[in-house]
Design a protein around this ligand. Structure first.
Ligand SMILES: NC(=O)c1ccc[n+]([C@@H]2O[C@H](COP(=O)([O-])OP(=O)(O)OC[C@H]3O[C@@H](n4cnc5c(N)ncnc54)[C@H](OP(=O)(O)O)[C@@H]3O)[C@@H](O)[C@H]2O)c1
Length: 326
């Protein structure tokens, strides 16, 4: 059954992992990016580099020709969603529509707004009460409304793991390990959902394999690891091999600086995700593909740390990993 997939944003966090996962499953992979592909992807014979801007409609449509599946793994910089989120969405819809491919999107929990309930199902009402919630709702609405397009949203919590930097785990939680600190942005007693990127990438392949059953628009939830900050600290402690003290983020300072620092303004606008417990219900996804890929948390955190280490640190990382398995 393996076939051809075009991945838009293949050099990004989920795009990179999805490209590897489809190639591992025997698919022919076309990997779109503006910058050169990461070495590990470029070296694989079943992965074809497509160097173009996703907003170049002609080039993107050409890259899509004959593809059975298009994955929209594009993501504008966090401060540029207003300007770029819809053009990138429209580019992905046009590419998939031009060739009759199934369009797949990694969805987020932003759609549920500031008052999100503790259990999120694909039927949970959405609330566009913050700008990024409105934009995510509009992205999915455009996919659902595109004439003749088959499309799928696989929604998850915060990414961690994979070979690309930029997750809360590497940018915040583990930044003060040398000082014996675990930095957590919310109440550590509340449940927060995480998606280990290699597991999520594998789930994308399993959903794509069901392409014949996916007519129209579908939404699935990937539960990943729904854990408290305390459970995440324990996983990081196992990897670090030492006890850690949880400290908060300086939200007062971030709020104060947010009129001047656009990134801080955007982070403050989404702070509710760290103040309200929530997790995703994956029953619908399980009914489609069966048991979901799920690397145990300590192992996933250890691998995530190892994948971001420069080669020279690999031996230290291997001992982290041994600790985590213990
Ligand atoms: N990160 C998370 O925790 C998370 C959680 C749930 C869902 N998601 C969703 O998953 C999707 C992918 O997120 P990600 O974190 O994997 O993405 P990412 O790594 O931040 O970015 C993916 C790629 O988008 C491309 N891109 C950025 N700006 C562009 C522009 N102006 N024009 C064309 N291409 C541009 C870049 O590729 P080039 O520079 O090579 O062109 C980049 O490598 C998004 O829809 C995101 O909302 C993310």
């Amino acid at each position: 059954m393996p076939s051809t997939v075009l991945i838009l944003g293949a050099a990004g966090r989920i795009g990179h992992a999805v490209a590897h996962a489809f190639a591992d499953a025997g698919w022919t992979v076309r990997a779109q990016s503006r910058k050169p592909l990461p070495v590990g992807l470029a070296a694989r014979p079943q992965i074809q580099a497509m160097r173009c801007d996703a907003l170049d409609a002609k080039a993107t449509a050409a890259a899509a020709q004959g593809a059975d599946v298009v994955v929209n793994a594009l993501n504008p910089p966090y401060t540029e969603w207003e300007r770029l989120a819809m053009p990138l969405t429209d580019a992905a819809i046009a590419a998939a529509s031009s060739t009759g491919a199934l369009l797949m999107l990694p969805g987020s929990v932003y759609n549920f707004g500031r008052e999100l309930p503790p259990l999120l199902t694909p039927a949970t009402p959405e609330r566009g009460d913050v700008p990024k919630a409105r934009m995510r709702i509009e992205i999915e609405a455009r996919m659902a409304a595109a004439p003749g397009l088959d499309s799928v949203v696989v929604r998850s919590g915060d990414f961690f793991g994979g070979t690309e930097r930029g997750s809360w785990l590497d940018l915040v939680l583990t930044t003060r390990l040398k000082a014996g600190r675990f930095v957590y942005p919310g109440d550590p007693a509340l449940i927060h959902p995480w998606a280990y990127v290699p597991d999520l990438a594998h789930a994308f392949v399993r959903v794509a394999e069901q392409r014949d059953r996916l007519q129209g628009h579908h939404r699935f939830h990937f539960a990943g690891h729904a854990v408290t900050g305390e459970q995440m600290r324990e996983a990081v402690e196992a990897v670090a091999g030492r006890p850690l003290r949880t400290v908060g983020m300086p939200w007062g300072l971030i709020r104060l600086g947010s009129p001047l620092v656009p990134m801080w303004r955007e982070v403050v606008r989404m702070r509710h995700l760290w103040q309200r417990p929530h997790q995703l219900d994956d029953a619908t996804l399980r009914s489609l593909i069966g048991t979901l890929p799920h690397t145990p948390l300590k192992q996933a955190v250890a691998q995530a740390r190892r994948d971001l280490q420069p080669a020279a640190d690999q031996s230290a990382a291997a001992s982290f990993s041994a600790n985590a398995r213990a």
